[in-house]
Design a protein around this ligand. Structure first.
Ligand SMILES: Nc1ncnc2c1ncn2[C@@H]1O[C@H](COP(=O)(O)OP(=O)(O)O)[C@@H](O)[C@H]1O
Ligand SMILES: [Mg+2]
Length: 236
């Protein structure tokens, strides 16, 4: 892992994320020239993941207790794995998944990017792949000169994956169903931590995603219903 010297992260709103991990705001700035120190792992991981966060959510801080528990679980598993293997750094490998459910505007995407940011500064390495389900289908549409299978594997094999707005397409097609199934099935079989959001009502989920996907989701992830109103309308 490359050594990242401490830099000015004041604009990044990291203090509440570090506080949630029980860490001092200056913790991440330790300049020890050690590429394997948890502080350097945090700087490196944060830099890589922050580049994937849309501007609007760049300073998101999660508030759902279930997200905090999920992050704790992943960090603990990574540290145990590191101890077992005598590895120089701790990395997220296996873990449970989460599905955030709620109407448009309750804050699902905000919470998801907040969780991504908090896990990034925990001192445990874990690179995220992020996509909306709609962008994923568009990226994987078979077309000339593009290896969509290679593209698919990037998401399928990602250490951590955020799939935003799962099931949002009005009419599932055979193509979108197949992508959902192959993606979820792989992540289910390999216990790869996946954070999903959906604004589909729980009673409609099976119809949108298909029984094969729903059955795997039921086993691999906890459903977190988010209550509230559309925050965007309030802001406007
Ligand atoms: N906890 C929060 N604190 C501040 N702003 C929030 C919070 N949760 C959501 N928002 C804002 O509310 C709006 C809707 O949130 P978003 O996560 O995009 O909704 P959803 O993904 O559920 O449709 C966004 O502008 C977002 O930045
Ligand atoms: Mg959203």
């Amino acid at each position: 892992m490359q050594y990242i010297p401490p830099s000015n992260l004041r604009g990044a709103n990291l203090a509440p994320l570090l506080a949630a991990r029980g860490l001092d705001p200056d913790w991440i700035q330790l300049h020890d020239f050690d590429p394997h120190s948890p502080q350097n792992v945090a700087r490196y991981t944060y830099a890589h993941n922050a580049a994937k966060i849309p501007f609007h959510y760049r300073s998101a801080v999660p508030s759902l207790p279930q997200l905090r528990t999920w992050i704790d679980t992943l960090v603990t598993a990574a540290l145990e794995n590191q101890a077992e293997r005598g590895a120089p750094i701790a990395s997220v490998i296996h873990g449970p998944s989460l599905l955030l459910l709620g109407v448009t505007g309750v804050g699902k995407t905000y919470e998801a990017y907040g969780a991504m940011r908090e896990l990034s500064v925990s001192g445990v390495s874990g690179e995220w792949a992020v996509t909306t389900a709609a962008d994923l289908y568009a990226a994987l549409r078979p077309r000339h000169g593009v290896d969509s299978e290679a593209e698919f594997r990037k998401y399928r094999n990602a250490r951590l994956l955020l799939i935003d707005d799962l099931g949002a397409e009005r009419k599932p097609t055979e193509f979108t169903e197949e992508i959902n199934f192959r993606l979820i099935n792989h992540r289910y079989e390999h216990h790869l931590p996946t954070l999903m959001t959906s604004n589909v009502e729980p009673k409609d989920l099976a119809a949108r995603l298909g029984d094969r996907v729903i059955s795997r989701l039921a086993e691999m992830c906890e459903r977190i219903p988010m209550k509230g109103h559309d925050r965007r309308r309030n802001a406007a």
